[in-house]
Design a protein around this ligand. Structure first.
Ligand code: SF4
Length: 182
């Protein structure tokens, strides 16, 4: 691959001088976090197949720094929930979320994870936001890999602009408390 094919991430705004570059800590942390999101795929059905395509060479999620898929919640910061989540599965999903270290983000991929999809039945959770907070919803049944990539890019934007203090803010604590998560 020639150098011309490599796109560099734009640096944050700052002051440039000879031998130095000054910017805000928030911007640097946001830039680093947004370009190194490690996914934890929580795939239960068909949307998981679209995720496989998203990871494969054609769509190549590695372009966004997200090639390192983790099946350990401790080493992941982007929980991607893909598929129908039954009510029995709800507490397990929640446990996985609780095991992830802060900062952590969640993408609900597809109609089932976002709202229960076509399964408006007694046994299916009508959206994972009934048990954990969600940052980005990706529509579709199933969403195409382009839509999943778009969801990751939307999340990157949120991560890039998130304050480093957000996780200790009263609003965030209130959000977790509303889910009874400590
Ligand atoms: S949204 Fe559609 S494709 Fe995705 S898990 Fe549900 S039924 Fe399957």
């Amino acid at each position: 691959m020639s150098d011309s094919n490599i796109n560099m991430v734009a640096p944050p705004e700052g002051v440039v001088g000879e031998g130095f570059f000054a910017t805000k800590l928030n911007d640097v942390v946001g830039l680093a976090r947004a370009n190194s999101l490690w996914p934890l795929p929580f795939a239960t059905s068909c949307c998981g197949i679209e995720f496989m395509a998203t990871m494969a060479s054609h769509y190549d999620l590695a372009r966004f720094g997200s090639e390192r898929v983790s099946f350990s919640p401790r080493q992941a910061d982007m929980l991607m929930v893909m598929g129908t989540i039954s009510k029995k599965m709800g507490p397990i999903l929640r446990q996985v979320y609780e095991q992830m270290a802060e900062p952590r983000w969640v993408i609900a991929v597809g109609a089932c994870a976002s709202s229960g999809g076509i399964f408006d039945t007694y046994s299916v959770l009508q959206g994972i936001d009934k048990v954990i907070p969600v940052d980005v919803y990706v529509p579709g049944c199933p969403p195409r890999p382009e839509q999943i990539v778009d969801g990751v890019m939307k999340l990157q934007e949120l991560v890039r602009t998130e304050s480093v203090r957000r996780r200790s803010s009263p609003e965030y604590q209130e959000l977790l408390a509303s889910y009874n998560i400590k």
